[in-house]
Design a protein. Structure first.
Length: 77
């Protein structure tokens, strides 16, 4: 470690008691597994693909036809 580098603070601090090395290792393993699972579930969301115009059911529901001049242009909307 060079003189300019600051030591990073510990991620876990024992506040009370004297856990053994095995207990600390088990706690660290559990916390690491939970963090990995949280990252995996957050990244697992699949973006929704746009619905094809042919499969879109909303195409069957359209505005009522209005008779009048130029109505044939509006019939395709």
């Amino acid at each position: 470690m060079s003189a300019r580098e600051k030591p990073t603070p510990p991620h876990l601090v024992v506040v009370r008691g004297e856990p053994t090395d095995e207990e600390l290792a088990a706690l660290t393993a559990v916390l690491a597994a939970r963090a990995a699972a949280a990252r995996a579930s957050a990244g697992a969301t699949v973006p929704e693909r746009p619905v094809s115009g042919w499969r879109d059911r909303a195409r069957g529901v359209r505005a009522p036809l209005r008779p009048g001049p130029g109505a044939w242009r509006l019939s395709t909307r």
